[in-house]
Design a protein around this ligand. Structure first.
Ligand SMILES: Nc1ncnc2c1ncn2[C@@H]1O[C@H](COP(=O)(O)OP(=O)(O)OP(=O)(O)O)[C@@H](O)[C@H]1O
Length: 321
């Protein structure tokens, strides 16, 4: 990741947004053990608990509109995604609060966003968060068709993906299996693959040509990891002004399973049928209008194609623990 200029510190209240439901409810206990330390390390810290999915977006927006300068997301990638949503204008996708900082304390299950810096204990994360300078990073904006059939916009900090992964994420999120995150994803992935059929999709990166592909999986990545530890875009950087894009096309279920074993150490990029590139915007639409091609954004199954992904460059102040 490239070095970045030091940004001036911001003053104003710090608000922690805690998803007690993250890590299958474990985040609530985690926060209780951290609360006092956090209050000492961040004087004047206020904590708000989410009460339902998407509540984090409202809490974050409310805090920012009231003048908060730092919002600490306490939960998993889904919580951070929803908190980011509070910074972003729901019509334009632009950051309405470019001088405020999003801080991340990873207390979720998969923790894919955090993996770029190495997974560490929460007490270590708190130390790192206190020491970390805010830096400007990019974030993605996905426009797609929501599960209710209406056009939707959702920002993402880590990875958005299309195809078999959308199905996998839905299965993982619906699963109540008491397995570790990687096993849960692996099981969901194998189930998703066994039910998946490739679909004809038209893809366009930036102003390039429209290409028709037999899509298995399309990745639009700001970060490097998804699927609880799959190192899908090893070269991605959140401050390099481009998405890393991976397309897996025309792959049989058998080859896909074999390729899966390679994605944990990044060797999948050398497999035939896996193409890798970079872009600031990506458009995808099914060739047959009626085809349902699912999308997931930061690990949340949000809707389906057609979709457009755009990068907001240097648009967010971020601190990571
Ligand atoms: N109070 C709540 N009750 C129920 N669900 C909630 C609540 N607050 C947030 N959620 C939902 O919890 C879900 C899971 O959150 P999150 O992704 O942060 O945790 P995780 O799945 O454990 O971690 P990761 O995404 O890193 O694997 C999100 O879909 C979010 O919408």
């Amino acid at each position: 990741m490239s070095a970045v200029a030091k940004l001036p510190a911001t003053t104003g209240p710090t608000v922690a947004i805690v998803n007690p439901n993250a890590q299958s409810g474990g985040a609530e206990e985690t926060w209780k053990t951290l609360r006092e330390t956090m209050r000492i390390r961040f004087p004047g810290l206020r904590a708000r608990y989410t009460e339902a999915p998407e509540h984090a977006t409202w809490l974050c927006r409310e805090a920012l509109e009231a003048g908060a300068s730092t919002i600490i997301s306490v939960g998993g990638d889904g919580t951070t995604n929803e908190v980011l949503g509070g910074f972003v204008d729901p019509e334009t996708g632009r950051n309405r609060f470019p001088e405020a900082t999003l801080a991340v304390l990873a207390a979720g299950t998969g923790g894919d966003f955090q993996r770029m810096w190495g997974r560490s204990s929460l007490s270590r994360q708190v130390d790192r968060l206190c020491a970390a300078e805010a830096r400007r990073v990019d974030y993605g904006v996905a426009r797609y068709v929501g599960r209710d059939g209406e056009p939707k916009l959702r920002p993402f900090l880590n990875v958005a993906s299309v195809g078999v992964s959308g199905d996998v994420v839905r299965r993982v999120n619906d699963s109540d299996a008491q397995l570790g995150p990687t096993l849960k994803y692996l099981l969901g992935t194998l189930q998703g693959i066994s039910g998946w059929r490739n679909v004809q999709v038209e893809v366009r990166r930036d102003e390039g040509p429209k290409r028709r592909v037999d899509l298995t999986l399309g990745i639009v990545a700001n970060g490097q990891y998804f699927g609880a530890g799959m190192w899908v875009c090893p070269d991605a950087a959140i401050d390099d002004g481009a998405f890393d894009c991976v397309e897996v096309t025309g792959m049989s279920r058998r080859t896909l399973v074999a390729t899966l074993a390679k994605v944990f150490d990044g060797r999948h990029l050398r497999v035939r049928g896996v193409e890798h590139g970079r872009a600031r915007s990506v458009e995808m639409r099914p060739v047959w209008d009626q085809a349902v091609v699912p999308i997931e954004v930061d690990g949340e199954p949000v809707g389906q194609l057609p979709a457009r992904f755009e990068l907001q460059v240097d648009a967010l102040r971020l601190r990571v623990g």
